[in-house]
Ligand binder design. Sequence first.
Ligand SMILES: CCC[C@H](O)CC(=O)SCCNC(=O)CCNC(=O)[C@H](O)C(C)(C)COP(=O)([O-])OP(=O)([O-])OC[C@H]1O[C@@H](n2cnc3c(N)ncnc32)[C@H](O)[C@@H]1OP(=O)([O-])[O-]
Length: 754
Amino acid sequence: MTSLGGRRRTSPRCGRQVQRQIIQSTWSSLRTRTHRAVRRMGGGAKANATAHAQWAQSSGAVVRQAIVDTVKIALSDPKVKSVVICGQNGNFCGGADIKEFGGEMTGPPLIPMIHAIEAANKPMVAAIEGNALGGGLELALGCHYRIAHSKARLGLPEVTLGLLPAAGGSQRLPRLIGVPDALDLITTGRIVTAAEALRLGIVDQVTEHNTVDAAVKFALSVAGQPLDARRISTFPCPRPPDSDALFEEAMRKVRGSARGAMAPVACVQAVRAAATLPYERGMEREKELMATLFTSGQARALQYVFFAQRAVGRWSMPSGAGWDTSKPRPVNKAAVIGLGTMGRGITVALAQTGLSVVAIETQEKQLMEAKQAVTSMLERGAKRRGAAPALDRISYSRNIQAVADVDLVIEAVFEDMALKLEVFRQLSAFCKPGTLLCTNTSALDVDELARGTPNPELVVGMHFFAPAHVMKLLEVVYGKRSSPQAVATAMQLGKKMGKASVAVGNCRGFVGNRMLRLYVEQAFFLLEEGATPELVDGALEEFGFPMGVFRMSDLSGLDVGWRTRKAAGQAQPGEASGQSARIRNGSRYSPIGDLVCEQGRFGQKTGRGWYQYDKPGSRVARSDPWLHSFLEQYRARHGLVARSIDRQEVLERCLYALVNEGFRILEDGIAAGPEDIDVIYVFGYGWPGHRGGPMFYASTVGLPKVLERLEHYHQAHPDVPDLQPCGLLRRLVASGSPPVHRWREVIKKLHSQL
Ligand SMILES: CCC[C@H](O)CC(=O)SCCNC(=O)CCNC(=O)[C@H](O)C(C)(C)COP(=O)([O-])OP(=O)([O-])OC[C@H]1O[C@@H](n2cnc3c(N)ncnc32)[C@H](O)[C@@H]1OP(=O)([O-])[O-]
């Protein structure tokens, strides 16, 4: 038993020894990225920092040890009346150091440290500047008072890392702000502004001035006052009258949106424990739940995604140029050409970033409609953020010459090479020298577009995802002649827009759509062989995708892929029966999608697609008997005998085909590393984050197994060359299947030998 300022904590039972070790090891470092200071204040009327401890290292153990030691000195020094805990360099604390999770625990554990702070008999005040996240906010919740700067951000984002706030956060926050708001913050990981934190009751005061000075002043004003009513762990948890229904609803909601993710469910369970159990027992429950999450592969996957998202910022091109050698150009004013769905979203995203934007559309009617749509998108976004809409940052024009003074143009006209070439020709004539020309194509050849301009080094692809102001992914596509500075500028702009920006090479479909083609193709083949859209979608949704391939296709429109296949000469009108109708260039081809389109079934917008809908535009997909009998007739015409297909085969065929193409992309040098592919899939294609992205997933399945299954399916379907395992996959398996963070070494070696 450990005695903490009079509070008794139950020691873990024998069988939990390992769990306890794991939990404690998560606290091996509390990280601020900056150094931390604990300021002790001298007694008397004047605020006087009598000691100021700083730590040169952000190692958690060192930081915790220093906090423990300094607090101990402050509490035993009769001259010290109150204590202020602050960060340094404008940042309170970003939480535990994720890199150290799973390592050996050193230094004092965090939970007793926070308990000791809360149990102190002198006022402990948290001075919050910058971020107070995760363990950082939990530390602040252990203090008796919290003073925040108006620009501070507070939250418990552990759920996004596959965890829960397990240093008492799940038990203190509901006691402080009530169950409904705590549930919202803990299950979503949503970060709030200081103003919202004040409104919710998380902080006691918000200041526009020097936070530490304000906290010192405040700490002096409360010196000597009783603290019993300030210890959050002793608060009864306010229980709404209908709390059972509330928790059931919360559980239903997270199960619906979490798609198999464990952490949001554990977060609801932990908050429920806060509402129903005494604090000590709630803490035990928090610990148990955390132990389960901590040892799950999901936390590892989500933490991999966290670091992958940062790794893609350190981009490089095959020439060796990259983020550390290329300086972006300043972009103050940008233009968007073509105000269809994509152009409108891009305009909103740019304006919200604070740039001046010229939005250009040659058709008067389209321009007016776009203006209205952009205005309402900006107003809705501003309302959500509680800010003024950036309407005055945008000017609208029908004249392409309005690009004359912009620093960067994003072309978002119809996906047609001839049209885009003409737009680029005009842009080259009207833009000032040095203006960056970006194309928002999803598949067209960036090099061909660049060749049509006098300055191909200024051309890059910026592949946004619809809706462009919402979706977090941006593929920045460099062509053969794109300058590193142009890439750096597009990458920096993407970052400013809050996008996960990934630099990739130029090829058909770039990274995301190139891999997707294989995934969709396998789904079509499975229909031919006996599956239904319901079976395929069910398997993929159970895996964690928000929508299976057919529901997704209904949403985005079947005609989009049909148009691409027609342009590529694959989709041919009408259908001959027999095998030749299912072969293109010597490989297996399924015309099923083309035939469905020929019936005018384009998905939700026509009320019919792979499923049926109540009316055009409706979103609720229902099974369609027409489609099932169409599939039967199709199989009969082609002499195909339906066989029974299970969910495992659906997953293996669709996902391993996609992963195999990912290996080819790495082999070709189109993506620099597996992290690039994984970020693209998690942020742009609905790949479940708790499975870490396709390449990470392959590593968790085991590369030898992926290789063996691909060999098996390739043998069974020799007419599908894409199922042939990629050389890089074989090479990785031959080199002992190294962990994903070491694949780059193998890839580098491969490229150096080519
Ligand atoms: C048992 C109790 C459990 C407890 O409740 C668990 C926790 O507290 S879980 C934690 C809950 N806390 C969170 O979930 C907060 C996670 N962190 C964030 O949200 C943002 O990093 C933050 C807002 C703090 C700063 O944003 P920004 O200014 O744009 O900066 P940036 O994002 O570019 O990062 C710069 C560098 O710092 C690195 N790094 C950052 N944080 C961590 C970390 N915790 N760890 C390790 N490293 C971290 C990051 O990788 C990057 O490294 P590099 O080598 O330069 O690529």
